[in-house]
Design a protein around this ligand. Sequence first.
Ligand code: GLN
Length: 296
Amino acid sequence: MTGDGVDAPADGAVSWRSLWEDTSRVVGARNVARWLCEAACGADGDEFIDELEAFATERAVAHLDAMIARHRRGEPLQYVLGRWSFRRLDLMVDRRVLIPRPETELLVEYAHELLAPRPRPWRIVDLGTGSGAIGLSCAAEWRHEGLEVWLTDASADALDVARANLAGIGRAAPNVRLVHGSWFEPLPDSARGRLDLIVSNPPYIADDDPDVDVSVREWEPGSALFAGADGLDDLRRIAAEALHWLAPGGAVVVEIGAHQGPAVAELFRAAGAVDVTVRADLSGRDRFVQAKRAAT
Ligand code: GLN
């Protein structure tokens, strides 16, 4: 037992109820304590409640202690747990990838609106996929015969995480292809001018942005967050190339920073896109830009 952790009686017999109480005191939040206890116990939801009077094994208590210690050193809860949920998926996450954000769930919704009127099968690309959250959600939620979902990432480490998560989508997995490289680079030439949808949550934070959370800056991969002096380096590349890859009438939708709406919309307009629209997240802040290649 470490000084950071929870103390069990000498005989080691301690119930999950009391571990949850002790952990709540140590981490200062009952819900965080519950997530940690559930992970250590290997049961969640009602199953965890059923375990409350049961004694934890020594191994489970050691696991809990180790997680508490990591959390107390400032590591984000999602990395400590090694998993986080995004839409319907339970994703493995660690320091190789950005933690999936709730606002990004809406990006998948908007992507679907754009695809809905298009004939199937759809050909979709998720650029800079990271954990695979966006692209794997598309593949899992819209599964149909002939669907193709391409996931690209310049980070081989990130692709390893996406590949681990690919297994989690079961029967939808054969529709997904993971390719290593920067933005559009690893896509096959045969996809040029034939994509129904490009979706991406690229890095969009300015390198010296003072408003970035300390834990984000310290723990999450900088290559997934920062994009030059104005945060637009990667969005410029995506906007410049997107129309070459889209089929006539195909759409692109990207996540952006709250103050980047006008600038990013202009990038897509300058590239020749039509129906360029800035859209808000659930808190009402500009968070996405969508655009289309003209239908004819
Ligand atoms: N929304 C993320 C953050 O706040 C940034 C994600 C990104 O750069 N794509 O930290």
